[in-house]
Design a protein around this ligand. Structure first.
Ligand code: G3D
Ligand code: MG
Length: 251
């Protein structure tokens, strides 16, 4: 009897243990399912992230492609060719901004100072012009004279509002034109949008352009690069046409 009772008790305990084991298994199963769900969610999230990343990358690639339509090629080594249209002037005058705006036919400010050389190609209906900007800061100025002696046209850009540096700009400009007695000169009196900007007649005087030489073709334009994406002023469009003519004459 005792034993039977014990057995019954034992069986009871066994059933109890059985129930606990079952409950444990059930909970574990639920945990695993929950885990799987979480895993699936995590997987989906990662997929979404990768897709977003791909889209971002594609966007970046497209932006880069768009910018490359400017055909701007920053070079660290001096280029070999001789038939460049040179774009020179002190650092910060706006050489890159003007050049990119002319190439795109839309205002486009530069994003960083030019370190070295910057080649830009502009194609019009009947010509293809290769521009070479050389950095305007001290370490790059030693290249100016070398290139001006083999260039076909000199575009000299000045910041019309930077009154203090106009004498320095004038000194460099006159050294350059002495190096090449026939190269035509186009001066861009840039940043005309700024209140402090000198009018082009004052720039003509400040740069002593009357002393440039009677046998040389010389032109002066007021230019401005204002809001990114806006249309370039008509004076800048006229300047491109003139540059194309001058370059064709020199080829
Ligand atoms: P550089 O190539 O001659 O060194 P950048 O000059 O084209 O790099 O321009 C130098 C700075 O002047 C840039 O500003 C650029 O946005 C600004 N700039 C260029 N052209 C004009 C203009 O016509 N008007 C005004 N208001 N600003 C101009 P950050 O701020 O990038 O230095
Ligand atoms: Mg530059």
């Amino acid at each position: 009897m005792e034993r039977g009772k014990v057995k019954k008790k034992d069986r009871g305990k066994e059933t109890e243990r059985e129930k606990i084991r079952e409950k444990g298994k059930e909970e574990k199963r639920k945990e695993v399912e929950k885990g799987n769900e979480k895993g699936k969610e995590e997987g989906k999230r990662k997929e979404r992230e990768t897709e977003k990343e791909k889209q971002r990358f594609k966007g970046k690639e497209e932006t880069e492609k768009d910018n490359s339509s400017v055909l701007s090629k920053p070079l660290l080594e001096p280029p070999e060719k001789n038939n460049h249209i040179l774009v020179l002037g002190l650092d910060g005058a706006g050489k890159t901004s003007v050049l990119h705006s002319l190439a795109l036919n839309r205002v486009q400010h530069s994003e960083a100072p030019t370190q070295g050389f910057n080649e830009v190609c502009i194609s019009t209906e009947d010509s293809r012009m290769e521009f070479l900007e050389i950095g305007g800061s001290e370490p790059f100025r030693c290249y100016w004279e070398t290139y001006v002696s083999r260039g076909i046209l000199l575009i000299f850009v000045v910041d019309s509002a930077d009154h203090n540096r106009l004498p320095e700009a004038k000194k460099h400009l006159h050294q350059l034109i002495e190096t090449n007695p026939i190269i035509p000169l186009v001066v861009f009196a840039n940043k005309q949008d700024l209140e402090a900007a000198y009018h082009i007649t004052d720039i003509h005087e400040a740069l002593a352009l009357s002393e440039v030489g009677n046998n040389r073709k010389m032109f002066l334009f007021g230019t401005q690069v204002t809001e990114n994406g806006s249309e370039i002023p008509s004076t800048m469009q006229d300047a491109v046409d003139l540059i194309a003519h001058l370059a064709a004459d020199m080829q």
